[in-house]
Every structure is written in structure tokens, then in C-alpha cells.
Design a protein around this ligand. Sequence first.
Ligand code: AFP
Length: 336
Amino acid sequence: MGQQAPILSDHLHSRKKTIMPAADLTQVIGRVALAGKLIAGEIARASITGGLGYSGDTNVQGEEQKKLDDWTNQVFVSLFENCEPVCSLISEEMETPRHYERSCHSRDRASYAILVDPLDGSSNTDVNGSLGTIFSVRKRAPRHGSDAKDLLGPGSQQVAAGYVLYGPATQLIYTSGAGVDMFTFDPQIAEFVLWKENIRMPPRGPYYSVNQGNITKWHPGAQNLVRHLTSRKDKTTSYSLRYCGAFVADFHRCLLEGGMYLYPGEVSADGKSKGKLRLMYECAPLGMVAEQAGGRASNGKGRTLEVTPKEIHERAPVYIGSATEVAMAEEFRAEG
Ligand code: AFP
């Protein structure tokens, strides 16, 4: 028998040079991993337990909720109820933050907020498509209240971020400022096992991922960018399109094989360009992962991690992936 790769908890205990102290990191990522295991199990069985379809409710964004949106959100609410030092949970599925007062620390130990999209790509639930969970961790200000005011800073303030991908295999990817590590869930031992350490994103790639059906709604810069990527004049304009409908799955391909995921702003009747993806729990966390792996994330005009949100559910345009393609997107965006 060859040498066994480390399981997630052993790996976390041994981490040095991360932004969060190892004990806090172990606790928070350990809880996310537990959520990932529970969610992967529920997704796998949902078609035979009546777990698919709509719940009949809408979320804070006015979107119809799937039953699994609600179920996965409840997993995070209950798992973080007793997870010192996390004292606040912000979720795509909840209008206001959930505050756990007893987990607040003020003097001896930092406290944190976790921000999540519990089920990314929920239009894929009923067709057995790839899904994800995205998370971001931020340190709370020393005298914070139960609201989220102290958390409305740029994504560069994140202390950890990552995602769980529910595909043919369930994988957990995280960073805490010391590179990006990737784990695969082994159902035989019910553990996440280290697969790749300190992943580097290729500086350019062969793919672009976008909902191209929306092309006529975008500003001209994004339209021209996609025309350029597909103009097939030479190798640098001959990209292949891959689109899953789940940000996590499309980003994961960029991370491993290079390329770019984009969700440009749609131009509204009043001439304003509005994104769809949420800045604080979709764009910023995957932006941190991208940068830690040598890639980039931009809103088309500048670094995603420098954008300061005005509110927790704010949306943003996003161009994320290999450095070459994201730089190209910014050039086209500068022209229109
Ligand atoms: P949810 O988190 O609400 O499921 O949204 C998924 C998502 O934000 C992202 O994961 C997809 O890439 C994108 O929306 C799909 O949007 P379109 O259906 O407009 O292509």
C-alpha cells in the first residue's frame, strides 16, 4: 500500500502562514466540510426522497427557491449555530444576517462571519447537473453589532474562501492566503483527502464560459470580447465554449485547465450595466481563490477584490480565470 494522502483535518492542523490562526481555520473549514458531506448526500438522494423541485417561496433576490436551496441553507444555519469563533452567517437565501451572540469574542480571540451561497447553480438540481457551495470568511471588527456594517469592506479583507463542487466527485477547495489546496471526498472513509496542493492556474486557457444567449443584453465591450474569442483568426482567437450553469463548476475548469468564466453586466433601459452574480458570496470568494492560484478576477474595470459593497446582497459583473483572458476582457471593456 502506497503512502496515504493527508485527510483535511490533519492538513489543516499543520497549516502555517495562513491569514487565520490554524485553530480558527480548522474549526471553520471543518464545519464547511461537514456541510459539504451532508449536502452531497442529500443531493445524491433527492430524486428518490422528493427533494427536487421548487419550494413555492422566493428568496431575498426575488428568485424562486428550489427545495434544495432551502435545505442547504438550513444546514449552514444549524451547523454554524455552535461554531465558535463564527458569530454571523450571511446567506444568499436570507435577507438579514443570522447572528450567534454567544460565539462573539471581543478581547482574547477574533470572531468571524461566514458568507455563503449554500447551493450555487440551483437550476441544475432537477437534471442531475453539477452544483456547488461557495463560502467566504471575514474577520469581524472588535466592537461589531449584530448587523453587517463592519463587513462591508472590499474582498481583499477576506481571511479565507473557497467552494465545494458536487460533480461526479465532491471536492473541497479552499485558500487562507497561503495558496489553494484541493480535496476529494472519499465515500469509503467519509473524509476529504488531499488531491492537489498549492494549485497554479494556467496563465491562459482554451475555454470561455458564459451564458451566450444573453449576448444582445450586454454592453458593447463584452459583445466584442466574445466575438473576438470566437473569431478563429489564429490560436489566440479560437476558444471553445463550455457552460455548466453553475459558477463553481465553470470556475473549477478554469482553475485546473485555464480560461475564463464571465457574467457581464446587462444594460438596463436607463443605460446602467448590472451584474447577476453576488459580490460578497460569489465573486469575491472565487476571486480570492483565483488570485491565490495566480489567476485574476475583475468586474471589467478593475480588481474584484477592491470593490467595496454597499450592501450584503450586491451584484457585480465578473470576468474570472486565467490572467491572460481577464486582461483581455478589461481591454475590451475599456473600449465600450
Ligand atoms: P444560483 O446561485 O441562484 O443558483 O445562481 C447560479 C448563478 O449565479 C451561477 O452559478 C451561474 O453561472 C449563473 O447563475 C447562471 O445564470 P444563467 O441561468 O443566467 O446562465
